[in-house]
Design a binder for this molecule. Structure first.
Ligand SMILES: Nc1ncnc2c1ncn2[C@@H]1O[C@H](COP(=O)(O)OP(=O)(O)OP(=O)(O)O)[C@@H](O)[C@H]1O
Ligand SMILES: [Mg+2]
Length: 464
């Protein structure tokens, strides 16, 4: 994939933008803080020096006669001298009166209001003669009873050199951090994008029809979930495909069987004119029953497709569940008798419910039909109905073929048959399930050797 459109670029750029911004802000703040710390340190040392000198000078300032140079200003300069700093005496207007450098030709020093108001202060200035950056500290004193200002001037070049080294070190650190973040974000982005690319290429394969492919789902994060989901999707598609094929073959088989009977008998009747009336009647009976079977299969298919498309509107009305259960059982009595099975319906009297009695009866018939189909010959099939926790329950229970646990979740899927090509199209339970769902209920099936197979319809309390 084009790097410019890749997630890698976005992740790396976002990370770098954040880190560069943080480093720039942090760097500038740090530089200002360090500069302030060093400069104020110099100013503070000079101010302390001035204070200490002033205390000493105050004790002797009256005794002008002991001054070695015979000048009060020289004596003051001597008292206030400091290491690595030039000491000057200014009058309140800023004129230079005396200087420890001996030079006094400097122009008037511009004073700010703090200094004029007799407050000690410090500021960074340019030295007039050399243009060098200096720290100037102003301290008010009394010489000969008159106000003057002591001005210390100390060069900042040494400190600036040290500051430059600190700035350089900080800059190098910032570059190293930025480089580290770049490589870490690149690795991180690749660790996200590489599995995504695997998943993309695998899903492209799947999209082109290769559903046998499975993705590695060893990722423990969301990508693992995505890989698992796509694998499940591929399995589902394969399963549906298999079901569809099974369905087509079973429907074709189902349709072919009666058609073969119909065709066989009709041909016999056309060709053979010597058939006895009894044989003719038998042939016609076969043609009729096979046509009936065809009709049932086609009706089931239509029913199912209607239910699937939610094209069915329930005709709800007050009904008696007991009546529906008994009528359903009665309609299958002959079929049960063929297998010598006994249908036993629980006699719980009236159980009223508001629902579509025709559809519900269809759902119950499908369950009893299955029970007869899969029960042992001569066994007992019980159909119970009752109310429990404000729900209407209908149970159809038989003893016979046990359904494997792994098949249970798929029984209500359309066309699903545990043993493919058995009689029927595998639509019965799918239709029943849809009908029960439309009533807001649930169809469940359990099966084990001890209790047999129990199909249960649960309908929510619906009395209106
Ligand atoms: N009572 C039961 N005992 C054992 N297996 C059952 C029982 N009921 C359903 N099954 C299994 O579930 C499958 C699906 O049932 P379903 O009623 O949907 O289809 P069918 O009976 O095969 O066909 P159809 O109902 O369309 O004639 C059956 O093929 C059968 O394998
Ligand atoms: Mg069935």
């Amino acid at each position: 994939m084009d790097w410019r459109k890749s997630m890698i670029k976005r992740v790396v750029l976002s990370f770098m933008a954040i880190i560069l911004l943080t480093l720039a802000l942090g760097g500038v703040t740090f530089a200002f803080a360090v500069r302030h710390y060093f400069y104020s340190g110099v100013a503070q040392v000079l101010l302390n020096r001035a204070e200490a000198s002033d205390a000493l000078y105050g004790q002797f300032s009256g005794n002008v006669r002991i001054n070695r140079w015979g000048s009060p200003f020289m004596e003051a300069l001597d008292s206030f001298r400091a290491r690595n700093a030039l000491v000057e005496i200014l009058n309140p207007e800023g004129d230079l009166i005396a200087s420890s450098s001996g030079l006094t030709e400097t122009a008037r020093v511009p004073l700010n209001s703090r200094i004029i108001n007799g407050k000690e202060t410090s500021r960074v200035e340019r030295f007039p003669r050399t243009g060098e950056k200096v720290m100037a500290v102003y301290y008010p004193v009394q010489i000969m009873g008159k106000p003057y200002i002591i001005r210390y001037v100390s060069s900042l070049s040494g400190i600036d050199r040290e500051l430059m080294l600190i700035y350089l070190g900080t800059f190098v650190c910032a570059v190293v951090i930025a480089a580290l973040v770049f490589f870490i974000s690149l690795r991180l982005a690749k660790s996200i994008v590489t599995p995504i690319r695997h998943i993309i290429s695998a899903s492209e394969e799947m999209a082109s029809g290769n559903f046998n492919l499975r993705m590695k789902d060893h990722y423990s994060d969301e990508l693992g979930v995505l890989a698992k989901t796509l694998n499940t999707m591929a399995e589902e598609i394969q399963k549906n495909d298999k079901l569809k094929n099974q369905f087509i073959s079973s429907v074709s088989h189902e349709l072919l069987t009666p058609l073969t009977g119909i065709r066989g008998w009709s041909e016999t009747m056309i060709i053979n004119h010597t058939l006895s009336p009894a044989e003719l009647e038998e042939g016609l009976n076969v043609i009729k029953s096979e046509s009936d079977r065809l009709q049932i299969i086609v009706r089931d298919l239509l029913n199912f497709s209607k239910l699937q498309g939610n094209n069915i509107k329930l005709n709800r009305a007050k009904m008696d569940i007991g009546v529906s259960v008994r009528q359903s059982a009665a309609s299958l009595q002959i079929k049960a008798a063929e297998k010598r099975c006994i249908l036993v319906t629980g006699e719980n009297g009236r159980l009223s419910f508001t629902g579509d009695s025709i559809r519900l009866q269809q759902a119950i018939v499908n369950l009893i039909d299955n029970a007869i189909k899969f029960a042992d010959d001569g066994s007992r099939i019980s159909i119970d109905y009752y109310e429990e926790n404000h729900q209407v329950i209908i149970n159809v229970k038989d003893k016979g073929i046990v359904i494997d646990e792994k098949d249970l979740p798929y029984l209500t899927d359309a066309f699903y048959q545990v043993r493919a090509n058995g009689r029927g199209s595998g639509l019965g339970l799918a239709i029943s399930d849809q009908i029960v769902r439309l009533h807001g209920g649930k169809l469940t099936i359990t099966s084990n050797k001890q209790e047999g197979t129990i199909a249960t319809i649960r309908l929510p309390d619906y009395h209106c």
